[in-house]
Design a protein around this ligand. Structure first.
Ligand code: ZN
Length: 178
């Protein structure tokens, strides 16, 4: 009788620890999971990459754009052109013109940078682990020109739960008529 009781207890312990490890493994990799799914579904390959020298980029971009896109700079919160822009349209890469985000995926976030819950197409974006400033973040890069855009975090709203926190200075807004 005692044996059965002990076995049952062991079973419960195993179930609890399994649940626990499943929950743990779901935390941060969720970002990668959501992203890789959308990449697979579109699956377009970006072979037409734009490669330019620093000198060429310096000529084409404003100093602010260059600092963000080519030197991974970050504009100060609440200072960019678009954090508070809620007009209808498309946000494209300021360096190469690739359409990156639509206004209907932009949401009001208190962080001071334009925030989106998903890109137009995940294959237009490269995700890279960024360990600068003592944090582990996921950097968001334009797949076509290699320009730094911002970071993606897992504290966004539904349906993705993601927050693409993007510098205004790395994008241009193209207004559309509704
Ligand atoms: Zn680009």
């Amino acid at each position: 009788m005692l044996k059965i009781f002990l076995l049952a207890l062991l079973g419960i312990a195993v179930v609890i620890s399994l649940n626990h490890s499943i929950k743990n493994s779901n935390n941060l990799p969720q970002i990668k999971h959501n992203i890789s799914d959308s990449t697979k579904s579109k699956g377009k390959n970006m072979s037409d990459k734009i490669i330019k020298s620093d000198e060429e980029w310096k000529k084409e971009l404003t100093p602010e754009q260059y600092k963000i896109l080519r030197e991974k700079g970050t504009e100060r919160a609440f200072t960019g052109k678009y954090w508070n822009n809620f007009e209808y349209g498309t946000y494209v890469c300021a360096a190469c013109g690739t359409p990156l985000f639509e206004s209907d995926t932009k949401f009001e976030s208190s962080c001071g940078w334009p925030s989106y819950f998903e890109p137009i197409d995940s294959s237009r974006i490269i995700y890279k682990e960024d360990k600068s400033y003592g944090m582990t973040r996921t950097e968001v890069i334009c797949a076509k020109c290699g320009g730094h855009l911002g970071h993606v975090f897992d504290d966004g709203p539904p349906p993705t739960g993601l927050r693409y926190c993007i510098n205004s200075g790395s994008m241009k807004f193209i207004k559309k008529e509704k």
